[in-house]
Design a protein around this ligand. Structure first.
Ligand SMILES: [Zn+2]
Length: 404
């Protein structure tokens, strides 16, 4: 018989505790014998775990439920304000902060324009917005499990350093260390596409035995690959850079330093740039009127609005973007045959027609018979999806039940 070491036993106990807690969280209200069946533990084990969780103020007994023949069982629920998880989305155009409670409900959200891309000033803004949120809600500091910061670019996981963020022009910024010195909490840094994907998977309660790919179509384009046991990082931590697959030889310059990447044609910034160039070249379009003649005001949303009204320049830019995104997704499908692809990010909020164009391009480019089970779906968490994902990174990576 295998002997368990002390370490093994500890992790089994922690695992059982987490399973019991998650079972109560999922059911909202449940009794001990149902928990025992669902998590496959004995009733005495569930009794001992739930007593411990009640003592620590993490769950509470809420009264008696319906009798199943014997005594009426005591019902248990999660205490909503026992723990808080904070998520921060560091975007090129706006910074968003959300607070999630112990029941995984988002109880607060705020968004502000990104004031500066310079690292110290941006870190100052993140700190200020986070502390203001905590103060406004009067959150007791000891109940804050941590802050999950979702940052675009290549992140060194172990140290929370931003190795390279083309959108911000950052190279080797010790973001985690700097935030830890200004915020008295646990701070985790995760790549924004990964945080977003984890957030959407949890919000939609998706489960897969193969893999799920989340694709962020926004100011930039990125993706994340999630396997049954969690995020897939790759050998050097840079997996998921779908936006930097080169699809046009001698194409436009991309912020990564290459030319002709999908991001340089199909991202929000690229869509706006192509409209500006076309207008400079005297091509007739309703976009000029929409931006009041100020070309600096052109953004992807404006181009999409014109496309929806049938403007031919806008339509051609949007169609080209969808076509190249479809090409990228077809490459991913041929390589990985995922169960689901979740399309997220600002560009997906522009309507069904863009999603339909992408799906059409995917079926044009994917190998025949490959990926026949792949479902392409759209994320549901809207503008705050990445910030919500940041909070989920804290939920998934800090063992708050054992440490409380
Ligand atoms: Zn690139």
């Amino acid at each position: 018989m295998r002997k368990f070491s002390k370490l093994d036993l500890n992790s089994i106990t922690n695992n059982n505790r987490m399973n019991v807690f998650n079972c109560i969280l999922e059911a909202k209200k449940i009794n001990r014998s149902v928990i025992a069946k669902k998590v496959d533990l004995s009733i005495p084990s569930v009794m001992s775990i739930t007593e411990d969780l009640i003592e620590k103020g993490i769950i509470y007994a809420v009264g008696k439920g319906e009798s199943q023949g014997g005594k009426r069982p005591e019902m248990l629920m999660v205490v909503p304000d026992r723990f808080f998880f904070i998520g921060v989305d560091v975007g090129r155009t706006s910074i968003r902060v959300i607070v999630m409670n112990n029941c995984r409900d988002v109880i607060y959200k705020i968004s502000k324009t990104t004031e500066s891309v310079e690292s110290d000033q941006l870190i100052g803004q993140i700190t200020e917005m986070t502390m203001n949120s905590i103060n406004e809600l009067k959150l007791p500091h000891e109940r804050i499990v941590g802050i999950g910061v979702a940052m675009p670019g290549l992140i060194e996981r172990e140290t929370g350093r931003v190795l390279f963020s083309p959108n911000f022009g950052w190279r080797d910024v010790p973001l985690q260390d700097k935030l830890k010195s200004s915020l008295p909490f646990n701070v985790l840094i995760e790549n924004a596409n990964r945080a977003l994907t984890i957030g959407e998977i949890n919000n939609m309660q998706l489960k897969s035995n193969s893999c799920i790919i989340g694709v962020n179509l926004a100011y930039g384009i990125g993706s994340a690959v999630v396997l049954p046991n969690g995020l897939y990082y790759g050998s050097s931590g840079t997996s998921g850079e779908i936006g930097h697959i080169i699809v046009e030889n001698h194409g436009s310059y991309c912020s990564c330093g290459n030319y002709g990447c999908i991001e340089s044609i199909a991202s929000g910034q690229a869509i706006a740039r192509q409209a500006r160039i076309a207008i400079d070249n005297k091509i007739q379009t309703s976009i000029v009127e929409k931006c009041g003649g100020d070309l600096k005001k052109i953004d992807a949303k404006l181009v999409f609005d014109a496309a929806k009204e049938g403007d031919s320049l806008a339509l051609s830019i949007v169609k080209k973007a969808a076509d190249y995104i479809g090409k990228g997704l077809a490459i991913a499908i041929n390589m990985l045959d995922p169960e689901q692809i979740i399309l997220c990010g600002g560009l997906t909020l522009n309507g069904e027609f863009f999603i339909d164009m992408i799906k059409e391009a995917v079926s044009k480019y994917q190998m025949r018979y490959a990926g026949s089970n792949v479902q392409i779906i759209v994320g549901k968490s809207g503008h705050y999806a990445t910030a919500i994902g940041g909070a989920w990174i804290v939920v998934n990576n800090i063992d708050f039940l054992s440490n409380s």
